[in-house]
Design a protein around this ligand. Structure first.
Ligand code: FMN
Length: 394
């Protein structure tokens, strides 16, 4: 299968075109990468993925959604080297996902409210005393752009083969793109050209920081999934703009963690686990009472973003990764036949980290993952894992 053949992204030589999509590992206590994080990604590399994405590294402390998330800094470079070396020793390559949460956080900060394009209601943080965000000043936008660039350069120093700039799922760069969230009247908002200015500034600064040989990947939304959100016509324009800006690969996703979290996953809605792991009593109560109403269900279908992704495929020439509900060899073959250059898989590889080598050997046709989504609820509770491996309840 073509997806199992080598490919280059700028200087990065990848042994195949299968990407482990970023899934927050919950394996960085105190913000430091743990041996478990290294082992998690080593195992994925040993299992045959071409590029494994280390999730959700914030570019500045105020960009964290979770207290124990990594924040890129010079001090982290040496700490991350064992991970990138372990992945390379297995013949794989690692990318680092760089992110800023914008308003989507429950963490307070000393200098005011969470920063976002505009002042918006933050339902996620409301019961933690953070009901509103604060619009970023020009100087804050410039500082955050610089933080993305610095983080990309440090990731390169740490031995990552690429960085993935997170522009989807309702995090800061996605918040800039979304008309209902970015209500700015200055040059950073308004028309799509204005809403694109921040993501494009990040790409330009990151490119200047990493040089011409290092791949920049962007994860973008095809649709946000709520009224006033980004829709496919604008997503196509975003893809074209990123292609023009020299991004090397787009990972096509969708959904808004603060509003439509299961749009990006589909399948089970593990409310009981979400309640069980919630540490705040008030949040627990709210989730129990309002969760069934507020957390919308989206049934799982295989390749659930394919139709929207095909519209982007028709509009750009650049490499694209199809993501979302790829669970079988037949799905991978369909993605390649559709003209997607890469595939990205998340839950299938949490359930079966050696899916690629077993598919190559003809031992397995599909993952055992049943999209229960309990891995999502439990990722911050002892590290991401497939619950199918949990011992049966006594
Ligand atoms: C446990 C878990 C954690 C996730 N964490 C992240 C994350 O940190 N960053 C991100 O961009 N997407 C995250 N996602 C979304 C996945 O990368 C992917 O977009 C989604 O699961 C759909 O792909 P799949 O159908 O192959 O699972 C997460 C998904 C899961 C299941």
């Amino acid at each position: 299968m073509k997806l199992f053949t080598p490919v280059r992204l700028r200087a990065a030589a990848l042994r195949n075109r299968v990407i482990k999509s970023a899934t927050f590992e919950g394996m960085s206590p105190g913000g430091a990468p743990s041996p478990a994080l290294t082992e998690h990604h080593r195992r994925l590399a040993a299992g045959g993925v071409g590029l494994t994405t280390v999730a959700y590294c914030a570019v500045e402390p105020g960009g964290r959604s979770f207290a124990e998330q990594m924040v890129m800094s010079p001090a982290l470079v040496d700490a991350l080297r064992p991970l990138t070396a372990a992945v390379a020793a297995e013949g794989g390559a690692a990318a680092l996902q760089l992110t800023h949460c914008g308003f989507f956080t429950k963490l307070g900060r000393d200098d005011g409210r969470p920063r976002a394009p505009s002042r918006v209601f933050n339902a996620y943080g409301a019961l933690s005393g953070i009901p509103l965000s604060q619009a970023m000043s020009e100087a804050e936008i410039a500082a955050t752009v610089a933080a993305f660039a610095e983080a990309a350069a440090l990731a390169k120093d740490a031995g990552f083969a690429a960085v993935e700039l997170h522009m989807g799922h309702g995090y800061l760069l996605s918040q800039f793109l979304t008309p209902a969230i970015n209500r700015r009247r200055d040059r950073w908002g308004g028309s799509l050209e204005g809403r694109l200015r921040m993501p494009l500034a990040v790409v330009a600064a990151a490119r200047a920081a990493v040089g011409g040989d290092f791949p920049l990947i962007a994860k973008i939304n095809l649709r946000d999934g709520f009224r006033g959100g980004l829709e496919i016509a604008e997503a196509i324009a975003v893809a074209r703009a990123l292609e023009g800006a020299g991004v090397d690969l787009l990972v096509l996703s969708g959904g808004y963690t603060s509003k439509t979290p299961f749009f990006l996953l589909r399948g089970g809605r593990p409310l009981r686990d979400m309640v069980a792991v919630e540490t705040s009593r008030a949040q627990r109560m709210a989730l129990r009472l309002f969760g069934p109403l507020y957390v919308k269900r989206y049934p799982f279908t295989e390749m659930f973003l394919r139709d929207l992704a095909l519209e982007v495929r028709a509009a750009v020439k650049m490499p694209l990764a199809l993501l979302g509900g790829l669970v079988s060899r037949a799905n991978l073959e369909q993605a390649a036949a559709d003209g997607f250059d890469f595939v990205a898989l998340a839950r299938a590889l949490i359930a079966d980290p050696d899916l690629v080598v077993r598919m190559e050997r003809g031992e397995i046709e599909r993952t055992r993952c049943d999209a229960c989504n309990r891995c999502v609820a439990l990722m911050d509770d002892g590290g991401v894992r497939c619950v199918l491996d949990d011992p049966p309840a006594a």
